[in-house]
Design a protein. Sequence first.
Length: 364
Amino acid sequence: MHKLSLALALSTLLMTGCGSETVVDPPPAVRNGNLYFSQAHNGRVGTVESVGEAGTGRRTVVSSNSIVSSVAPSGRMLVLSFDTVTRRRSMVVTDLNGVAIDTVPTVDDPQLAILSPDGKKICYGYWDLDNSTDQSYTLHLVNSDGTGDVTIPVIGAWEGVAAFSPDSRMLAFYSDESLATENKLYVVNSDGTGLRMLTDQATSLNDNYGGLCWSPSGGSILYMRRREGGVGDQNDIWRIGTDGTGAANLTSDLDNALMPNFSPDGARIVFSAGILATQSVDLWTMKSDGSDKRSLTNTPGLGEVEVRAQWSPDGRKIACISLDMSANDDVFFGRAKVVDATTGASTFLTTSSDIFNIYWSTAQ
């Protein structure tokens, strides 16, 4: 199947917030909490860090051999903790101070994991070593206390990209069954029932870089699809109803669009756009129908790739990871950055390029 070559040093998951053509009023008096990110140490899994949106008050909340894989509006985090002796990962649900609430047993060594918005469900996946294809993932749903573990009954590889609906009742995910040219996009109830395919024409980024999200209203899903007749790695952002109808291309007028994420009210979408081969990818925004596209960051020169955009809870700012690919196109780690969603003015939260996967919490 088609892959976009942005090699990762570690198996992590891109999860983004979501939105749709329907504008949803945000909760009254919503306030931004801290940002949470994983920091590598000497190229290895390291610590989970917290920092304010102005770059102040930085502190370590999980001290060693861990990554943060999800931060839920419920005020819970999901952390993957690495045992340096057994070389296996475990899932730990914590509060925003890194204090463990539940250690979740798993069927196998989880490569990635996602916490539902209400903090009650976890989706996790691991390599199926008994399967002959090296792309094969097995996907599970489990309660956050470790009970009720079920396997999603999809045969074939799973692309490491999934997203819970805003009400936590459903899960969307890509599948690469039989290593087909295109991925398939599925939805399933969070108890593992009601599996449905929405489309067999989708394309996720490999190595868990993702590109999949729900609308705040839960009525539609944004996903990625390879451009027919495109040269090289060219993709578009599409929207589809959760009943599988109304598929629409939102970015046919751009060269390449990746990793969409809707504002909390569903009015605008932030996404990355640019050609990875040219090592210049910026943040853009557009209205929920694909109109009014604006280049938000427009960074000069080559080498800067801005990915993993996350809206602040109040919808006024966007956090992202800025990768420096000028010297090596396999660079995965970058600096954490916050961008004003209207002006594009940006501030780096970190100075060293050793940060990956960033999440924004709601003030508790």
